[in-house]
Write a new protein. Structure first.
Ligand SMILES: *Cc1c(COP(=O)(O)O)cnc(C)c1O
Length: 406
């Protein structure tokens, strides 16, 4: 028993002393965290608000329905489903509502930035879908070639968005082609949902996607979970709802909902400031790393328009080695497959960096330069990791209070 308690304490203390640059993580505000721990976490609800299979839900029904309403209104969507308990399950539900076994779909592919749930080892494969990959030119979607692909394959849907995503994608252009083949467009916004919520990056529904799937805890600083949003006909809404429950889950972890509601309220109030700083920070970090001699991807395009920065660290020994070295100095990020990588998930060439969490703790461009400096000391100068770790801890101590929240 002591062991578990002590490990938990160690983890909590350690991560407060780290520069967290994992692109898929964020932290909830103290206020949302308090709301997250409530009696709701003990309860069961199956089905939709006011149409449940359990008793005891008269207040929860109202909480869930009000939360649905604010999301619909904010995103100008006629449909929302908050029940998926993860982004992967949101995808599973939507994919299965749109297809039957053996159907063809078109995705970005892992080296094009897609998430494993879009691919054969993940949800798409479990559903028996045949996955084809969109063609790229200079790491952007090749519109000419994808037009031919879509007309030839006639996929049931294409999935945009993704896990490695630096720039907005050409939704409008693809929409024109997809209309000819009755192909739906799904935008998996897991990574950029916070940016989109605040009115940055791109507006997928307005630009023409049918459905957004997402997680609610990456750039959007909510509780871990999934969401589906869309402007779709009633029939498809019903199909998706039925795939969520009883399809991929029964209870939907009700304690998420008040925290989710207030995370959206925080983004309505502080999102513009928060997200504009995230993007400035990502660009500042990329620029400084480039100056120091790192291979930062997409220099010609200005490095990034999202929360992410991508590095090719092949010349320093590869993603695995460098991510581990940095971790030893309390700089936490992850190795990642980057465009045109050989697919070796155990040792890809790349590192993926996200600045959303450190931005939330009040870091700005100046601090990004300092972080780039720590990375240089370890990766390029070969300084003693323990020495850098001490500096990292001292530096992080000044950024413990969360900003952009109630
Ligand atoms: C993280 C991610 C997911 C999965 O979300 P989980 O909540 O971890 O299941 C799905 N799609 C994309 C693009 C992601 O980056």
């Amino acid at each position: 028993m002591q062991k578990i308690l002590s490990l938990l304490k160690k983890h909590n203390d350690w991560r407060k002393n780290c520069i967290n640059l994992i692109a898929s993580e964020n932290v909830m505000s103290d206020f949302c965290e308090k709301l997250y721990v409530s009696d709701l976490m003990h309860r069961y609800a199956e089905g939709l608000p006011f149409k449940r299979y359990y008793q005891g839900l008269k207040y929860i029904d109202q909480i869930e329905s009000l939360t649905e309403d604010v999301f619909k209104k904010h995103f100008k969507a006629n449909f929302v489903d908050l029940r998926p308990i993860s982004g992967t399950l949101a995808n599973m539900a939507v994919f299965s509502a749109l297809t039957k076994k053996g159907d063809k779909i078109l995705t970005l592919g892992i080296d094009g930035g897609s998430h494993v749930s879009h691919e054969e080892p993940g949800a798409a494969g479990i559903l028996g879908l045949k996955v084809f990959h969109i063609e790229f030119k200079n790491s952007s979607i090749d519109l000419e070639k994808s037009k031919k692909q879509i007309l030839k394959i006639k996929p049931k849907f294409i999935v945009l968005g993704g896990s490695v995503i630096l720039f907005p994608q050409p939704i409008k252009e693809l929409k024109k082609i997809c209309q000819k083949t009755n192909t739906k467009i799904i935008y998996d916004a897991a990574h950029v949902f916070g940016l989109i919520t605040a009115g940055f990056f791109q507006n997928p529904l307005k630009e023409g996607v049918d459905i957004i799937t997402s997680s609610t805890h990456k750039t959007f600083p909510g509780p871990q979970g999934g969401i589906i949003l869309g402007n779709i006909e009633k029939d498809l809404q019903k199909k998706i709802q039925a795939k969520v429950f009883p399809g991929v889950l029964s209870n939907h972890h009700l304690h998420r909902l008040p925290a989710l509601y207030f995370a959206l309220m925080e983004m309505k109030k502080f999102g513009k400031q928060y997200v504009s700083q995230i993007i400035k920070n990502a660009q500042a970090l990329a620029k400084q790393l480039d100056k120091f001699g790192f291979d930062v991807l997409e220099k010609e395009k200005g490095f990034t328009k999202s929360h992410q920065v991508l590095l090719n660290v092949e010349k320093f020994g590869g993603g695995n080695l460098i991510a581990t070295k940095l971790e030893n100095a309390n700089i936490i990020l992850n190795k990642n497959i980057i465009p045109e990588d050989k697919i070796d998930p155990q040792n890809p060439k790349g590192l993926r960096i996200g600045v959303q969490e450190m931005t939330r703790f009040g870091m700005k461009e100046k601090e990004m330069k300092i972080i780039a400096g720590f990375m240089k000391e370890i990766v390029i100068d070969g300084k003693d990791v323990k020495e850098v770790e001490k500096k990292v801890i001292r530096f992080r101590r000044k950024f413990q209070k969360m900003k952009y929240c109630f």
